[in-house]
Design a protein around this ligand. Sequence first.
Ligand code: SF4
Ligand code: SF4
Length: 133
Amino acid sequence: MKDCNQCGKCCIKYADGGLSATLEEIKMWELFQPHIYKYVRNGSIWNDPDTGKQLTHCPFLEKTPTQNNAPHQEKYTCSIYLDRPEDCRHYPTSISEMVRDECEMIEVIDLKDPKRAQIKLDALMSDSRPPNR
Ligand code: SF4
Ligand code: SF4
């Protein structure tokens, strides 16, 4: 199991209507982070502030310049990293999810022993998940 290499696949895949935010998160954004809250519509994220339509990409996903512009080396960052929804914080949750999403943290050795890989993943993600998870 490798560290996240910021390939951006998860953000690109799930921001198209596949993410949710808790009522508490939305309330906090409404009170303190209007630049985030403006992308919330009827409790769903992320929506066009003007039309209210579901966006096909996350407005907070930013591509970082690569040294030689090689497409396979593209890296992404989250401009609201410290305030991102729990849904984003908790990814990835399982080996099967990572395989399905082609998450680049996965290594060949993980595929050979998914149970062991899940233990490694859980340890790696322990700081990002709720204590009872
Ligand atoms: S809020 Fe941040 S972590 Fe979540 S999808 Fe957008 S860029 Fe990715
Ligand atoms: S798909 Fe995996 S490696 Fe790529 S950004 Fe998401 S967590 Fe990181």
